[in-house]
Design a protein around this ligand. Structure first.
Ligand SMILES: [Zn+2]
Length: 443
């Protein structure tokens, strides 16, 4: 059955219009209102693809003049996903720079050493290119990557990722965000912010320490972002200390300064151990400040509440249900991949989404949660219209065999079909062995 479908798809590479009939689309990824609800969080649809775009979308069997095509037998079709928080400059170094104890401190020291010893231009390029190839094979259309701003390596890391953003621009939109610590020297932060004024950036990324005295430093950061016309993207509350109030401090600073450019905040683990009243007050302010949140469940579950020989009690999940109830836009993203901050991962967004559903109970009903890795993630990257399946959009799709969320979450999604501009692509990720010749790698 699958072979037959693949052959059918390959046979339409002539550019002829074709139809995909009897699809199920995740709720929230189409603005067309005429599609019928067909079970939890799914809409029934027929689709016509022509000239690399979605030419028409309508209810199943509502037209009898569709071009030749394929009956998908109720299988799910997704828009190409969006991964709005990654670290491609650090990725894929596990085999030479593991995290010896799996803790956050262990990750920081291992990553610093890896950068100091190995991060030549060639090293960064080989790993980041491998990561982009992997994400593309899995169907991703846009990625935001933070780039560490250590003085010795920032220049070449930022330049290399911007070069790759150019080279990959027809396949993946790569946003490159210089990543500074809020307690770094302000002159250096200004210099880095100046470098962020770039076609592939425009975003200053800031690590917020768990420190009760954040207001003045946040005002400085907001002033710098204002001066250079930058968006802001924070790492905040990546700790299970209920006294950590980074997200709240950011919301207060945005409101206090009237900052009106997009602000995205990642992690927010501490909110999972705060009293409900504190959470309520914070989320009310976050909604008022127009801030978006990106949850990074795999990296958080790996690092949070880790003690040698003990079982973790707390998993550090951002309270995403409560956030959405307050009207806060929520995305879910990969974060680190095969480095000291997260030992595993493959920049595979649908797989990440399956894990997120199971870890954060995004089900019963699952509703429109798929927007967290498609439509909403694209909006938070300023790429409105991406991660959508509307007529006129590029035919960038993933076709699964699963017909409902239970089937989707239950099995690995390795039998997916990825279409870009209406054409089949090779979904085989690059072989791990392409990284073997890198300095320091041990298999
Ligand atoms: Zn991160």
């Amino acid at each position: 059955m699958r072979q037959h479908t693949l052959q059918q798809l390959l046979s339409v590479r002539t550019g002829e219009p074709f139809a995909l009939r009897n699809l199920r689309l995740p709720q929230g990824t189409v603005t067309t209102t005429s599609l019928p609800q067909v079970g939890d969080g799914l809409l029934g649809a027929d689709m016509v693809i022509a000239d690399g775009r979605i030419d028409w979308l309508g209810p199943p069997a509502s037209r009898d003049d569709l071009p030749n095509g394929f009956d998908r037998a109720m299988a799910m079709a997704w828009p190409a996903p969006v991964d709005c928080h990654t670290h491609l400059d650090k990725a894929l170094v596990w085999q030479r720079s593991p995290n010896v104890d799996g803790t956050f401190d262990g990750a920081s020291s291992s990553a610093s050493r890896d950068s100091a010893v190995y991060h030549s231009t060639d090293d960064i390029r080989q790993r980041a290119d491998f990561a982009l190839s992997t994400a593309f094979a899995h169907g991703t259309t846009a990625i935001r990557s933070h780039v560490d701003s250590g003085r010795s390596s920032f220049g070449r890391a930022f330049a290399t990722l911007c070069e790759l953003a150019d080279e990959w621009r027809d396949r993946i939109t790569l946003q490159v965000c210089p990543f500074v610590g809020m307690d770094e020297d302000l002159e250096w932060i200004r210099e880095v912010a100046g470098r962020a004024c770039h076609d592939h950036s425009g975003i200053l990324s800031v690590f917020v320490p768990a420190n009760p005295e954040l207001d003045r430093a946040l005002d400085d950061i907001i002033a710098i972002a204002g001066r250079y016309g930058l968006q802001l993207d924070f790492h905040a509350d990546e700790i299970l200390d209920p006294a950590s109030r980074g997200l709240d401090a950011i919301a207060r600073a945005v409101l206090r300064n009237g900052f009106d450019r997009p602000v995205l905040v990642g992690h927010c683990c501490a909110l999972s151990v705060q009293p409900p009243q504190t959470l309520e007050r914070t989320l009310e302010r976050v909604a008022r400040a127009g801030i978006g949140v990106v949850s990074l469940p795999l990296c958080n579950a790996y690092l949070m509440d880790r003690r040698a020989g003990e079982t973790p009690r707390y998993r550090g999940c951002a309270p995403v249900h409560e956030m959405r109830k307050h009207g806060v836009p929520v995305a879910i993203a990969s974060d680190n991949v095969r480095d000291a901050f997260y030992a595993y991962g493959d920049l595979d967004v649908p797989e990440l989404f399956r894990d997120a559903v199971r870890m954060m109970q995004l089900d019963h009903p699952l509703g429109d949660w798929a927007v967290a890795v498609t439509t909403t993630a694209a909006d938070l990257m300023g790429l409105s219209g991406r991660g959508m399946l509307d007529p006129g959009a590029p035919a960038d799709l993933i076709l699964f065999t699963a017909r409902n969320w239970n089937e989707f979450v239950s099995r690995p999604l390795s039998d997916r079909i990825v279409l870009r501009d209406g054409y089949l692509i090779d979904t085989t990720p690059p072989d791990y062995r392409y990284l073997d010749d890198m300095e320091g790698m041990r298999i």
